[in-house]
Design a protein around this ligand. Structure first.
Ligand code: ARG
Length: 459
C-alpha cells in the first residue's frame, strides 16, 4: 500500500498508478531530494522535534541511500509514486520506525518545490559554464580575425563592410546578456520553500532559517502558500534558455548560409558535418539545423510552463507535476546544443579570401562614397543621391565603384578627385569605422579588451 494509504480501503489501480507516477522523470533529482531530507532531519533534531539519536540515524540512513544510488547498488522502483516516496520508503526499510519520523512537519509539496530549486540551481551553473565557454571560444576566434573583412548585411543584402571579429563579437554580447539572465534567475530563486508544509506551515517549532542556510539559500521564502505554489523560477529559467536558443539558432542560420556553395565563407570540419545517402557531393550542416529545430521545442517548453500555471488556484495542484519534464527538456537540450556547437566552431575553417571577394561585390562601399563627398562639404542627402546614381551607372556598365573612371565621378561633381579611390578602398572603409562599437580594428580591440575582462581572460 502507498505511504498515504490510511484512509483508503483498496490498492490504487495499476493504470492509475502509472499515470500518476513521476518517478520515471523525477528520479534524476535524487541527490537533491536526499540533500534536502538531510537538512530537514538535522533541523528536526536540533529543534528537539525528534531526538538527536533519531536525527543522526536518519542522516546516516539517507547518506547510505545516496551512496547506494550513486554506485548503482540500489535501483529505483519504477512503481514508486515519485522520488520522494521512494527515498522515504527505502529509509523506513533500512531504519525501521525511525524512518517514519522524517516527514514530521513536512509535505511533499514543500519537498518537491525544494528539490526542483536545488536541482535547477546546479543546472543553471552547468549551463552558465557552457555559455561562458562559448564566449571564450568566440573571443579566441575573433582575435584571429580583426582584419578579416566580410560583408555586413541588412535584409540579407550586402550593406556595409565589417570584420569577422566584429560579427563574432556581436554574438558574444548576446551570450553575455544570457549569462546575466541566468545569474538573475539564480539569484531570485535562491530562497528556500522548505517549511511551507503542505500550504499552511506547521504547528511544530521548526527553524526555517537553519534549513535555508544548511542548503545554501539566502533566506526562507516569506509566504508558505507562495512557497509551495510558485514555479516562477522554472518559467524564468525557460525564458532565459529560450533566449539562448534564439541566439544559437540565429547563429546556426548564418553558419548554414556561410557554408553553402553560394557563400563558402566557412567550411565545417568533416567530424562536424554529415553526408547524403544519395548525393555524393553533399556535406550538410546538420548540427546547426538541429539546433535551429530544437529551438522550437525549448520555446514549446516555456509555453508548456506558462500555460500549465495560468489557471491554477493556490496552492499546490497536481498539474504542477508537469513542470519537471518541460524544464528538464529545456535544460537538457540547451546543454546538448552548446556542447556540440562549441567544438564545431573550434574546428571550422574560415575562408578569408571568399569573405573578401564577397565584400568586393554588392557596392558595399556606396555609403563611404557618399561620406567622401560629405567630408568635402556636401550635405549628406545630396551625396547619397550622387552615390546612388554612380552605383546605377556601374551596374549598367558592369563596373564597380573601384573601377569606375574618375571622369565619370567628376561628371557628377568636381568634388571628386583621385583620392576617392583610397576613400572607397574596402580596407579603408573598415578601418575608418572607428566609432565606439564599430568594426575598425581599433574599436574591435577595445571591445575585445572589455569582453575579455568580463570573462576573466588574460589580455
Ligand atoms: N510528484 C509530485 C510532483 O512532482 C510531488 C508532490 C506531490 N504532492 C501531492 N500533494 N500529491 O509535483
Amino acid at each position: 500500500m502507498a505511504l498515504w494509504a490510511g484512509r483508503f480501503s483498496k490498492e490504487i489501480d495499476a493504470g492509475v498508478n502509472t499515470f500518476n507516477s513521476s518517478i520515471a522523470f523525477d528520479a534524476r533529482m535524487y541527490r537533491h531530494d536526499i540533500q534536502g531530507s538531510i537538512a530537514h532531519a538535522t533541523m528536526l533534531g536540533d529543534c528537539e522535534i525528534i531526538t538527536k539519536e533519531d536525527s543522526a540515524q536518519l542522516v546516516t540512513g539517507l547518506e547510505g541511500i545516496l551512496a547506494d544510488l550513486d554506485s548503482g547498488a540500489l535501483e529505483f522502483d519504477p512503481n514508486a509514486e515519485d522520488i520522494h516516496m521512494f527515498v522515504e520508503a527505502e529509509l523506513t526499510r533500512r531504519c525501521g520506525d525511525v524512518g517514519k519520523r522524517l516527514h514530521t512537519s513536512r509535505s511533499r509539496n514543500d519537498q518537491v518545490a525544494l528539490d526542483l530549486r536545488l536541482y535547477l540551481r546546479d543546472e543553471i551553473q552547468a549551463v552558465r559554464e557552457l555559455v561562458e565557454k562559448l564566449c571564450k571560444t568566440l573571443v579566441t576566434l575573433a582575435q584571429q580575425h580583426t582584419e578579416t573583412v566580410m560583408p555586413g548585411y541588412t535584409h540579407l543584402q550586402c550593406a556595409q563592410p565589417v570584420t569577422f571579429a566584429h560579427h563574432l563579437l556581436a554574438y558574444v554580447q548576446m551570450f553575455l546578456r544570457d549569462l546575466g539572465r541566468l545569474d538573475d534567475t539564480a539569484k531570485r530563486m535562491n530562497e528556500c520553500p522548505l517549511g511551507s508544509g503542505a500550504l499552511a506551515g506547521t504547528t511544530y517549532h521548526i527553524d526555517r532559517k537553519q534549513t535555508a542556510s544548511l542548503l545554501g539559500f539566502d533566506a526562507p521564502m516569506a509566504n508558505s502558500l507562495d512557497g509551495v505554489s510558485d514555479r516562477d523560477y522554472c518559467i524564468e529559467l525557460a525564458d532565459a534558455l529560450s533566449l539562448i536558443m534564439m541566439h544559437l539558432s540565429r547563429f546556426s542560420e548564418e553558419i548554414i548560409l556561410w557554408c553553402s556553395w553560394e557563400f563558402k565563407f566557412i567550411e565545417l570540419d568533416d567530424a562536424f558535418a554529415t553526408g547524403s545517402s544519395i548525393m555524393p557531393q553533399k556535406k550538410n550542416p546538420d548540427i546547426t539545423e538541429l539546433i535551429r529545430g530544437k529551438t522550437a521545442r525549448v520555446y514549446g517548453d516555456l509555453q508548456t510552463l506558462l500555460t500549465m500555471m495560468k489557471g491554477l488556484p493556490l496552492a499546490y495542484n497536481k498539474d504542477m507535476q508537469e513542470d519537471k519534464e518541460a524544464i528538464f527538456d529545456a535544460v537538457d537540450n540547451v546543454k546538448l546544443c552548446l556542447e556540440t556547437f562549441i567544438p564545431m566552431l573550434e574546428t571550422m575553417r574560415v575562408n578569408r579570401d571568399n569573405m573578401r571577394a564577397a565584400v568586393a561585390k554588392g557596392f558595399i562601399n556606396a555609403t563611404d562614397c557618399a561620406d567622401y563627398l560629405v567630408k568635402k562639404g556636401m550635405p549628406f542627402r545630396d551625396a547619397y543621391k550622387i552615390s546612388g546614381t554612380l552605383v546605377a551607372q556601374c551596374i549598367e556598365q558592369g563596373l564597380t565603384l573601384e573601377t569606375l573612371p574618375l571622369e565619370q565621378y567628376q561628371k557628377m561633381t568636381p568634388l571628386f578627385t583621385e583620392d576617392v579611390y583610397a576613400a572607397i578602398n574596402l580596407e579603408t572603409c573598415v578601418r575608418g569605422r572607428v566609432s565606439e562599437g564599430g568594426p575598425s580594428p581599433d574599436a574591435v580591440a577595445q571591445q575585445l579588451g572589455a569582453v575579455k575582462a568580463r570573462l576573466g581572460m588574460e589580455s
